[in-house]
Design a protein around this ligand. Structure first.
Ligand SMILES: [Zn+2]
Length: 130
């Protein structure tokens, strides 16, 4: 599940968006080690789980809760889902792409070059690098 987590602190704390595993309830800190599951008949209901033990145990638990012998969830890797989600929501470049672009711009600044920067797959809209 996608939710906000509040961490208290001396300066009022911080509220941060996180993805929580729908099986073990731990935070998913590496989206490459997690998947998104959904039911074919209801794709608007999604679940995020760690790959491996959590996804298998989630499927088994879901089947048991619903009195079914087995449930096969379609799935996709969580990093691919997040890339598609940010693109479909109008964010011109995913965070990874923005970080790569920012690093590339830093490198060019050190070299004294301010010419156009283009790297395949990275769009420069939405970045302020002046
Ligand atoms: Zn988990």
């Amino acid at each position: 599940m996608i939710r906000l987590r509040y961490e208290p602190g001396d300066d009022g704390g911080i509220t941060a968006p996180i993805i929580q595993c729908d099986h073990c309830q731990e935070e998913i800190t590496d989206c490459r080690a997690a998947i998104l599951l959904w039911l074919s008949e209801n794709p608007s209901e999604t679940y995020q789980v760690h790959k491996g033990n959590c996804d298998r145990r989630f499927e088994d638990g879901y089947a048991r809760e619903h009195g079914l012998p087995f449930v096969h969830f379609p799935w996709m890797s969580l990093d691919r889902f997040l890339d598609c989600l940010t693109h479909n929501a109008g964010l011109s470049a995913a965070l990874r792409a923005r970080k790569e672009r920012a690093q590339l711009i830093q490198t060019l600044r050190r070299r004294g070059k301010r010419s156009a920067v283009h790297k395949p797959g990275i769009v420069d809209r939405g970045l302020n690098y002046d």
